[in-house]
Design a protein around this ligand. Sequence first.
Ligand code: G
Ligand code: G
Ligand code: MN
Ligand code: NA
Length: 253
Amino acid sequence: LMVENQLRRAIERKEFQLYYQPQIELASGALVGCEALIRWMHPERGMVPPDRFIPVAEDSGLIVRIGEWALIEACRQNKAWQEQGLPAIPVAVNLSPAQFSSSITATVEIALMETGLSARHLELEVTEGVVMRDAIEVIDTLRELKRMGVRLSIDDFGTGYSSLSYLRRFPIDKLKVDRSFVDEIGADVDDEAIASAIIDLAHSLRLKVIAEGVETADQARFLLQRGCDQIQGFLVSRPLSAGAMAEFLQTWR
Ligand code: G
Ligand code: G
Ligand code: MN
Ligand code: NA
């Protein structure tokens, strides 16, 4: 309850910040996107990572307002970078299941309209749980978002319960291989097999695939050999403040 009250206050006091983690095309090294990751700049506790407060925000329903803020802020920042002449790339925003009601389409529309960001420069990350929850309604909402021109990806893929037959019917652009499988590349043949299977599954459904949490050149080499399209992780860059991300946009070849 204490954290919940502090979170309420944090919204009013604008204590949240977005960090951005670059996403790279594996074969070419080209910068193809970035993921917005929220941080709570607590006045006494310093920077609080999302796993310490997102669950509380979800349980209390505060995630809807925090998530709306993150969506608009990511769109605003991306548009600002473009207006500074920096390369135009999509920004990916994480959506919590609680945000994923039918009103999410209106929220996204407002964010794009208010910031002037074009829909193709916004990607939304949903989890397997959301996609499987309420198939018919979710498909309608995802289709509406696709009609608007927004990109869609499934986050933490492989950790939830996936129905592959559902997956085929969702208008998804990209699967994100969960970090837990990438971690074990070079160490656990079963996790290597899962990572490879997700890459093949994505491609057979004509989806892009990105591996998260790539930390070593050996992991990147393995993923390249298996045909993985993109990577994100400490090997390329930690999540960066907006200022540091602007510099990354400017200097990355
Ligand atoms: O940046 P970090 O690795 O600590 O993020 C941990 C998790 O918090 C990520 O897996 C991500 O899904 C989640 N997260 C980060 N930013 C947001 C956000 O803006 N909204 C939601 N719902 N989750 C986020
Ligand atoms: O949305 P998601 O939970 O997947 O967000 C990615 C999380 O993983 C962020 O909190 C980010 O800070 C973290 N992260 C990103 N790259 C790496 C990495 O290479 N290694 C580890 N251990 N964590 C990472
Ligand atoms: Mn994510
Ligand atoms: Na993830």
